[in-house]
Design a protein around this ligand. Structure first.
Ligand code: MSP
Length: 649
């Protein structure tokens, strides 16, 4: 076993206070894709998920339901496990924070902190947000409300235990600065440093007396341990930390801890500090992904604004739902969920691009070669390009997956899917079939398509586990594991000719959006009703509200501007987007504005453009300007002063 590369990946543990919605299924689906990808590369993977079962919120909800907390959570945990089974989540362990393997170790960790002096007893007064299980100081409140969820907070005063956060702040700052991979994507790092570390860390209240659904402080049983100290520890207690250390030694520190951006503070400040206090290494990467939003705002179970992933998976297949989630949230940003965007992805990417490629190719093999794969004997148009792209694609997908960019990985993979369809259109096999002299070329075209489909199916496995199995069966590879692994993609042409192939059922039948809207409106999920728009005939050049909302438009304040050497047109401009976020852009406005007149101007800005380099200078976004046909240019502004960072919709 020595020398084997290991990969430990975790998801947050979910609150079993309610059923999960399609948004929080995203974290687990993304972690599953990464775990499957690592396994496919031959690495030894440990994939952990679970449930965060203590705390006041759960206690109150159980009371409201007239149940004991454990009975209340048992039911929801069972529902969550069914959900993960339906979404093909391949976790290796599922930890519940009510299990003795966890509670006993958390109690021991708390005692250890008390004995080393990291935890001391004091008095707490502060503002508590029950749904978020978070304390806030007066200063941190936003207009008297919770700054995270904007709900009411309660003033609470109690005797409590505190953790000396400040003692570790410098060490943590240094770690964050020296380890760029620690907080991903990089934009989240500045958020943490500027909003929490630089202003100074306050000691953290780590016990509660106002309720009792938690792990008791072992030496002072009127107190229960703060739910975040309890919950965060799951990542090590599940590995047997402090007990049976074998698995812990093998897998800790975690390679990737995947979380939503809302719980970044807990994972990149509290969690590393607890680990430092335990003298343990920190996770290599904590990745804070973006959110899946509804068109009218945040998707959240506390708001009751929920889309049911089990309903969606049952109706549209787990593969389609997984594909949508992994493709729709771009790296580090938010994505939009609507039935319209979901159906459109199914129809375009899955039915048209992938499904058609497979069914067309299989049909031709059956029609022209009686279901026996021909050998490639006559090279021709597009062969080299197709083969070149096929062997290049695994590298691109691997790079994106190593950077945890599932959406980019799928975008790369779909280039090969589309290129393969184009290869059919270039070679017109049905024309080749008309002339027996073209039979060798026809066979080669069919062979190349099969080999390309094999490449695609191998790479698809982490993202959607079911369809590749169906493809392998159709292309006669079900028993050939060697040609299903990542390693098999190093060389083009490994597929053995003469294999028997057989067309199966269509992978993704095309859906009728109108009918889907009607069907879903009759029943659940309710939000889908609110978010779907009427399908209108396609008009060239028009975009849907979904497409428009993918553009992150903001107010930006120009801070500095300077000419780019040797360019008449370009200025290098630095803008402010909100209190802390700065961006550098290259704008082609040097013939219209002097650099000195720009600072202080507030302009409209596209904040989610892919970065590019212009004249060697990085540009991360775009200033919007109006131009006339005669070349007059004016930057777009606002008719009232608005703070930098304000969203435009
Ligand atoms: N129990 C805590 C985590 C403790 S980890 C030691 C918790 N649970 S949660 O159930 O509220 O959220 C779990 C995860 O779901 C978080 O990563 C959160 O960011 C994610 N999401 C919740 N809503 C989401 C979307 N709408 N979109 C994407 N992810 C979302 O927080």
């Amino acid at each position: 076993m020595t020398g084997e590369q290991t990969f430990y990946i975790t998801t947050p543990i979910y609150y079993p206070s309610n059923k999960l919605h399609v948004g929080n299924s995203y974290t687990t689906v993304a972690a599953d894709a990464m775990a499957r990808y690592q396994r496919l590369c031959g690495h030894r993977v440990w994939f952990l998920t679970g449930t965060d079962e203590h705390g006041q919120k759960i206690q109150r909800q159980a009371e409201a339901a007239g149940k004991k907390p454990i009975d209340f959570v048992d039911e929801i945990v069972a529902w969550i496990k069914e959900l993960w089974a339906e979404l093909d989540i391949s976790y290796d362990d599922f930890i519940r924070t009510t299990e003795p393997r966890h509670t006993e170790q958390v109690a021991a960790i708390f005692t250890h902190f008390y004995e080393t002096g990291d935890i001391y007893k004091g008095k707490y007064e502060g503002w508590y947000c029950t749904p978020c299980e978070a304390y806030w100081t007066e200063r941190q409140l936003a207009d008297g409300k919770c700054p995270d969820c904007n709900r009411d907070v309660e003033l609470i005063a109690e005797e409590a235990y505190f953790f000396k956060m400040s003692k570790y702040a410098d060490r943590l700052l240094e770690h964050i600065e020296n380890n760029p991979a620690f907080i991903q994507p990089p934009s989240r790092k500045n958020e943490m440093i500027n909003n929490f570390l630089k202003p100074g860390l306050e000691d953290l209240c780590v016990s509660r007396t106002s309720f009792d659904w938690g792990i008791p402080v072992p030496f002072d049983r009127d107190h229960v341990i703060y739910v975040w100290l309890d919950a965060l520890s799951n990542y090590i207690t599940a590995l047997g930390y402090g007990e049976k250390d074998e698995k812990f030694k093998l897998f800790w520190p975690a390679d990737v801890q995947l979380i939503g951006k809302d719980i970044l503070r807990f994972h990149t400040i509290y969690w590393p500090i607890f680990l430092m206090a335990l003298d343990l290494p920190l996770p290599k990467t904590v990745f804070g992904h973006g959110w899946l939003m509804l068109q009218d705002g945040k998707m959240s179970k506390s708001k009751g604004n929920v889309v049911d992933p089990r309903v969606l998976a049952a109706r549209y297949s787990s593969d389609a739902l997984r594909y949508f989630l992994l493709r729709e949230i771009p790296f580090g940003q938010d994505g939009i969920f609507s039935l319209e965007s979901f159906i459109s992805r199914i129809n375009t990417d899955l039915a048209n691009d992938l499904g058609n490629l497979v069914s067309r190719t299989l049909t031709m093999a059956e029609r022209y070669f009686e279901g026996v794969l021909p050998a490639p004997v006559a090279t021709g148009k597009g062969d080299q390009e197709l083969a070149g792209l096929a062997v290049e694609t695994p590298k691109m997908v691997a790079q994106a997956m190593d950077e945890l960019k599932t959406s980019d990985a799928l975008a790369e993979l779909w280039k090969l899917v589309r290129r393969s369809n184009k290869y059919i259109d270039e070679n017109l096999p049905w024309e080749l079939a008309k002339d027996p002299a073209d039979r060798p070329r026809l066979g080669t075209v069919i062979y190349n398509l099969f080999e390309s489909i094999r490449f695609i199916a191998v790479m698809l496995q982490p993202f959607m586990p079911r369809s590749p199995q169906s493809i392998f069966e159709q292309i006669g590879l079900q028993a050939n594991n060697a040609l299903q692994g990542w390693d098999s993609l190093q060389q083009w042409g490994a597929l053995p000719p003469d294999t028997r192939v057989e067309r199966g059922e269509d992978l993704f039948p095309r859906l009728n959006l109108q009918a889907e809207i009607r069907e879903m409106q009759g029943g659940k999920p309710a939000d889908v009703q609110q978010t779907v728009a009427e399908e209108v005939p396609e008009h060239e050049g028009l975009i849907s509200i979904d497409q428009f909302q993918q553009v992150d438009l903001r107010v930006a304040e120009i801070i500095t501007a300077e000419r780019i050497p040797k360019s008449d047109k370009l200025l290098k401009i630095e803008v402010l987007l909100g209190e802390e976020e700065k961006r550098q852009v290259v704008a082609g406005i040097a013939e219209h504005y002097e650099p000195s007149e720009l600072p202080g101007k507030k302009v409209l800005f596209v904040a989610n453009l892919k970065p590019v380099k212009l004249r060697g200078v990085q540009s991360q976004g775009m200033l919007l300007a109006a131009t006339t046909p005669d070349g007059h240019l004016s930057l777009t502004g606002l008719d009232q002063d608005m703070p930098a960072g304000s969203r435009i919709s």
